[in-house]
Design a protein around this ligand. Structure first.
Ligand code: NDP
Length: 331
């Protein structure tokens, strides 16, 4: 059995040396009510960076010298729990282990005949729910409005942009390479894209791509990219603060926002959220996402890294933008 533990808390950018790889030659047995799970796919997500720090947040930090946990798809290899049988596939928050015992709590069955297993970590999992709930609940989109999405070629961003198009918005994506900008337009149907790594004046580029101003901003990255968007907002704009990956590795104290006057004079709403706030909307969101997928109105990209030992590097690579769409590790 292989396990990956958090060995030390990252200072700034995480590195593989923050993790410890352990291999044990033991046989796991299960008691009444338990099941044995074989890991198939592991999700790596930017929010895990927050749990690796000691700072207070909406979930407790990972403990040192304990296995890291994230969204996992596993196969039930044996079961003494009436709710699950051998051969079932489940998703849940599980440890970075090749094999583990569970009491079944918090596990949901997933159906590999309806969608590829990895999709339940992405478009049919937390990613899709985050995009749908954030955009519809906070964004309150109205046909004809302009939506800007940062982190647009990533897991959440690529779904947000597509939902924006389905709802009749003009959609502009911001991402870190020309290849990603091309993907936004050709695969995901965005109207325009801006490469923040090669654009000198982001404020001007956004103004040009959004001639009628920005009504909704779905923010995945924070930092200077977001400042440039906020300078271009319209009256009564809605800003969905989903994530701020550009500052997750900062070691210095937070800087003040100098764009606040743009919020004041436009009576804009800027709201942070955690996807679990919207649990009561999940059934509706899943029904909608599943039918859009089946109708071909939604599509998705995945970057699938192979091998259990590569989980930490895949996580670190999120901060280098090495993924297109959802980053998952196949065991
Ligand atoms: P992504 O698939 O978007 O992966 C991260 C992407 O961020 C990279 O591909 C990279 O793309 C971009 N990026 C990395 N560093 C920077 C930087 N310094 N400046 C700008 N962009 C950067 O991840 P997710 O879709 O899973 O998550 C997106 C965001 O949503 C994250 O901030 C995450 O924390 C948040 N989130 C929030 C949830 C909630 O409940 N609030 C739930 C799920 C996610 P590029 O090449 O374009 O730079």
């Amino acid at each position: 059995i292989k396990t990956i533990l958090l060995n030390s808390r990252p200072e700034g950018k995480p590195s593989v040396s923050n993790f410890e790889f352990k291999t044990e030659d033991i046989e796991l047995t299960i008691k009444e009510g338990e099941l044995l799970l074989e890991t198939e796919y592991v999700s790596v997500d930017p929010y895990l960076r927050g749990r690796m720090s000691n700072a207070k947040s909406y979930v407790p930090p990972f403990e040192l010298n304990q296995p890291v946990q994230s969204g996992v798809i596993a196969k039930v290899s044996s079961s003494k729990n009436d709710n699950f049988k051998e051969g079932d596939y489940v998703s849940g928050m599980l440890s970075w282990k090749t094999l583990q015992v569970s009491n079944g709590e918090g596990l949901n069955k997933v159906d590999p005949s309806k969608a590829p297993l990895s999709a339940y970590l992405g478009i049919l999992g937390m990613t899709g729910l985050t995009a749908y709930c954030g955009l519809t609940e906070i964004g309150q989109p109205k046909k004809g409005e302009t939506l800007v999405v940062s982190g647009a070629a990533g897991a959440v961003g690529s779904v947000v942009g597509q939902i924006g198009k389905i709802l009749g918005l003009r959609v502009i994506g911001i991402a870190g390479s020309d290849e990603k900008i091309e993907l936004l337009k050709s695969k995901f149907g965005f109207d325009a894209g801006i490469n923040y790594n090669t654009t000198k004046d982001m404020t001007a580029a956004i103004a040009e791509a959004a001639p009628n101003g920005v009504d909704i901003y779905f923010d995945n990255v924070g930092g200077p990219i977001s400042d440039a968007v906020l300078v271009n907002i319209n009256r009564l704009a809605r800003i969905i603060v989903c994530g701020a990956i550009s500052v997750y590795n900062n070691t210095e104290a937070p800087k003040s926002l100098s764009v606040q006057p743009f919020l004041v004079k436009n009576s804009a709403l800027m709201q942070g959220f955690i996807v679990s706030n919207y649990a009561e909307k999940f059934p509706e969101a899943m029904t909608q996402l599943t039918s859009w997928l089946a109708e071909g109105k939604l599509t998705y990209s995945e970057t699938i890294v192979e091998g259990f030992d590569n989980i930490p590097q895949a996580f670190i690579d999120l901060f280098e933008g090495k993924n297109k769409g959802k980053m998952v590790v196949k065991i």
